[in-house]
Write a protein that binds this ligand. Structure first.
Ligand code: NDP
Ligand code: MG
Length: 386
């Protein structure tokens, strides 16, 4: 931090989390300096962000977009990296102190492993890489190096400050229930991607929005919490809480429960990912708690929303099964968005791929890549049969 400002790389800067991270950087320009940015294929948006924030390094993961004319407008002296490996390297540059990992999907895993190995602090949003690679990643993480950005995990991380691991009884992950809360299987069979994309409380990228509708998002989050906090899968409970004000809770052995509350605005968790262990001025309007409706709680329906049940099963089995499950879900989620399968087919495809997966202990990134590729292939075959 040569000028006292934290030097930030935002990997996946053109997405929902990435653009909100850049907004936080702009609001705290006295504390944060954007030095590196990456995107997959959105070169226009990448160049715009690089110009607005004066980035010195940019990366484009999809080589097919390396010659887009938009890239000619990069700021003077800005260095361009091309390809997914090169993008992962951007987080390891000497000029970077903190990586905001905002890539979506398994694709973020290499950048995650590299940034952690390089000793960078990571504001971690890319839950899929933790679900698949937590066994490889977590043993390398030093205290305070990885700060979760997912709102539930940020909440739990905050509740755990100053507490001892042995005093934790269980975690309560709150869940809005998604747009199809309360529907049964017969109705779920006919819902569309457009309906699913109308999420009640959060505005997010398309993939996670569909995951919220199937509750696979909550399933991924159970596994994410398991890796981040070392808590058994069955001690992580899902709590339906429609208002999304309580972001999650920790129950301690003495019966006391700590919760973290706040507006439904991801910028708070993203900012904490960069400010930790400090707190900085809020990046959004405060909540007027006098005006809030009553908070409600309920149980998740794991029969209607089978993806949550499947994720728990994958978490209990461990090894490479969560990686296979995640890959199948990425394929099925994408197919549903394209209208190539129905809502309940997502769960069917994931179940079928899990069923044919031969579970191994996680030992290397290459093994996870192979598992991911095989599971995608199996998911495409299952998709062709629905
Ligand atoms: P988006 O789809 O909005 O953005 C994804 C970003 O990753 C974009 O910058 C995209 O670039 C880039 N990207 C996509 N595919 C690849 C790839 N193969 N290689 C490298 N970069 C890629 O996603 P979100 O911002 O919604 O989510 C990001 C992560 O954060 C996910 O893991 C999600 O689960 C997690 N998360 C998101 C929340 C939210 O509110 N959105 C809340 C909690 C967690 P391009 O624009 O060029 O395609
Ligand atoms: Mg979440």
């Amino acid at each position: 931090m040569p000028d006292g400002r934290l030097r930030v790389a935002v990997l996946g800067c053109t997405g929902s989390i990435g653009t909100q991270a850049l907004d936080v950087c702009a609001q705290h320009a006295d504390k944060l300096r954007v030095v590196a940015l990456t995107a997959h294929s959105s070169t226009d948006a990448l160049v715009k962000a690089a110009r607005a924030h004066g980035a010195r390094f940019v990366g484009i993961a999809d080589t097919a977009h390396a010659t887009d004319t938009a890239l000619q407008e990069l700021p003077e002296g800005c260095e361009l990296f091309v390809g997914s490996e090169a993008c992962a390297e951007l987080g390891c540059l000497d000029e970077v102190d903190c990586v905001v990992l905002a890539v979506v999907g398994f694709a973020g895993i290499e950048a995650a492993l590299k940034a952690i190995a390089a000793g960078k602090t990571v504001a971690y949003a890319n839950k899929e890489s933790l679900v698949c690679g937590g066994d490889l990643l977590m043993p390398q993480v030093s205290a305070g190096q990885l700060v979760p950005v997912d709102s539930e995990h940020s909440a739990i991380f905050q509740c755990l400050q100053g507490e001892r691991d042995v005093d934790v009884r269980r975690l309560w992950l709150t869940c809005s229930g998604g747009p199809f809360y309360g529907l049964g299987r017969e109705e779920l069979a006919h819902v569309t991607a457009a309906q699913a994309l109308a999420h009640p409380t959060w505005t997010m990228g398309a993939k996670i929005t569909i995951d919220c509708a199937t509750l696979m998002n909550k399933g991924l989050e159970v596994l994410e919490a398991h890796h981040l906090f070392g808590v058994d899968i069955d001690d992580i409970r899902v709590l339906i809480h429609r208002q999304s004000r309580i972001h999650s809770m920790v129950e301690f052995v003495d019966g006391s429960v700590k919760a973290q509350l706040g507006p439904s605005d991801m910028r708070i968790a993203i900012q904490y990912g960069m400010s930790y262990p400090q707190r900085w001025d809020a990046p959004c309007e405060p909540q007027d708690w006098c005006q809030e409706p009553a908070l409600s709680f309920g149980k998740a329906d794991e029969v209607a929303f089978g993806c949550l049940r499947l994720a728990r099963e994958a978490g209990r089995a461990g090894g490479t099964l969560p990686c296979a499950m995640n890959a199948a879900n990425e394929v099925a989620n994408d197919a549903f968005r394209r209208g190539a399968c129905g809502f309940l087919d997502i769960e069917r495809i994931v179940a079928s791929v899990m069923h044919e997966t031969c579970v191994e202990r996680v030992e290397s990134l290459q093994q996870l890549r192979d598992c991911d590729a095989r599971a995608r292939e199996a998911a495409r075959r299952a998709l062709a049969e629905v």
